[in-house]
Write a protein that binds this ligand. Structure first.
Ligand code: DQQ
Length: 457
């Protein structure tokens, strides 16, 4: 396998395969202290197709070691056209994967086990598929992405589906052994266009004293959450919201040994197929994020503290030049922690990947009047074909007048976290090798209070 290194847009500290295509994270599990990340992978080309499960392992969620492919399509088998998304569980001490097999337009659920403690080798169940019949009222061929957990004496599963009503659903199943599945009912079904006609990659888990359902709308690439009460069979929604509407999609969560619900998403590669083929890679995993609920029952995301291990030399940003440029701070692999005091309708933020002549820069700005965080990519790249759409996120009203932003810049990937648990993920493709500057932005009514920056290794 070739390692693609010479592309200046290839991230340095986000996880991605050595080469070629990745999409959804799959089968996340911590096993004997090691974190395992599987992912949708085309090992032959930087485009979606012939989906295998790639595999990597880490002790700290940050430094990953690539491992051999975990799953490959079996010619003539129920996954002949691809091993699509799924999850990993500990079945009586046996690491077990449940995933969707795609073949000839059908989507069925399959199982594979590992008998080695390092999870390096996987054997598919001879009885695959373990679930192939779709319930009445669902659209044939959109029946995928098993998410499985233990509930008392049984195993429960949610599966993404499209209903005849034109809306999506998360279907609930139960099983005594992961091999025989009984359909119970929709855990939740859609009733509006915004949520999509098919719910991809459902996740369902306990968080604090509530349960949370996540699902992804493949058409608009938005990810939604619903928080509510679960009695072991039925789910009563209470609050809901959008987890993301940006360049990240199809997230998967798992519970680690510390009891943290951790999420990885897939960050897409908005470059033309020709450019991706020339680059030899496409797609990145998001940084790992911890999920929690705030006092209003809203889902929050925070980057895992292990990311601090990437911090190299600290550059305290006491010295701001007149134009806001931070003296001495330049780079395309950075973490910035910046806090502002914002009053009235002041705006504040930071521009990154700035060229010295100001022609290229990506502006991350909070507009208090609008109550929005905006990523303005209109000048991110001098390449007219590069993605340039504005991204925005409605923020909760500030508590006090403080706004704290944590910004990760990783060449073409930008992840911005706001202190109260919201985030925006973005792709940018600056053309100039000297587009490395950082500039603090404030208007009347806004003031920089603290700033720290690290070059990340
Ligand atoms: N990606 C997988 C599907 C899933 C979709 C196929 C979401 O299983 O629904 O690569 O990105």
């Amino acid at each position: 396998m070739t390692l693609v290194l010479d592309d200046p847009h290839r991230p340095r500290f986000h996880f991605l395969p050595r080469s070629n295509w990745m999409n959804d994270p799959n089968g996340l599990i911590q096993w004997r202290g090691e974190y395992h990340l599987f992912y949708q992978h085309n090992p032959s080309a930087p485009v979606w197709g012939s989906i295998h499960w790639g595999h990597a392992v880490s002790r700290d969620l940050v430094h990953w070691t690539h491992l051999p492919l975990a799953l490959a399509p079996t010619p003539g088998g129920p996954d002949a056209d691809g091993c699509w998304s799924g999850c990993a569980v500990d079945y009586e001490g046996v690491p077990t994967l449940l995933y969707t097999g795609a073949a000839g337009g059908a989507q069925v659920q399959c199982l594979a086990r590992s008998s080695d403690s390092g999870l390096r080798t996987w054997v598919k169940d001879e009885g695959n598929p373990v679930l192939s019949v779709q319930p009445a009222g669902t659209k044939p061929g959109d029946f995928r992405d098993p998410f499985v957990w233990r509930e008392g004496e049984l195993w429960l599963m949610v599966l993404g589906a499209a209903l005849d009503t034109g809306y999506g659903a998360a279907l609930l199943y139960s099983s005594p052994d992961l091999q025989h599945w009984t359909y119970l009912h929709p855990l939740l079904q859609g009733d509006r266009e915004e949520h999509g006609w098919m719910w991809e990659c459902p996740n369902f888990f306990a968080l604090r004293d509530k349960h949370v359902l996540l699902f992804s709308n493949g058409l608009t690439r938005q990810v939604f959450y619903v928080v509510g009460r679960f009695d072991g069979r039925s789910f009563q929604p209470e609050t809901e919201g959008r987890l993301s509407a940006d360049d990240s999609y199809a997230p998967l969560t798992f519970l680690d040994d510390q009891g943290r619900r951790i999420l990885f998403g897939w960050i897409d590669e908005p470059r033309s197929e020709a450019v991706r083929r020339a680059a030899g890679w496409a797609g990145v995993a998001s940084l790992p994020r911890i999920l929690d609920l705030d006092r209003q029952g809203r889902l929050t995301v925070t980057p895992v503290p292990e990311l601090r291990r990437l911090r190299g030399s600290t550059r305290p940003t006491g010295e701001l030049q007149e134009d806001g440029t931070v003296l001495g701070l330049r780079g395309d692999a950075l973490e910035l922690e910046i806090e502002f005091e914002v009053t009235g309708s002041g705006s504040c933020g930071v521009a990154v990947r700035c060229s010295p002549d100001g022609r290229e820069e990506t502006v991350i700005v909070y507009d208090r009047g609008l109550g929005r965080l905006i990523i303005d990519r209109s000048r991110s790249s001098a390449d007219p074909t590069a993605v340039s759409a504005l991204q925005e996120l409605a923020l909760h009203p500030l508590e006090g007048d403080q706004l704290r932003l944590t910004v990760f810049v990783d060449r073409s990937v930008l992840e911005v976290f706001v202190r109260d648990g919201l985030s925006l993920t973005s792709r940018i493709y600056p053309t100039r090798p000297d587009s490395l500057g950082v500039r603090i932005l404030t208007t009347a009514g806004a003031r920089l209070t603290t700033a720290d920056a690290w070059i990340l290794g």
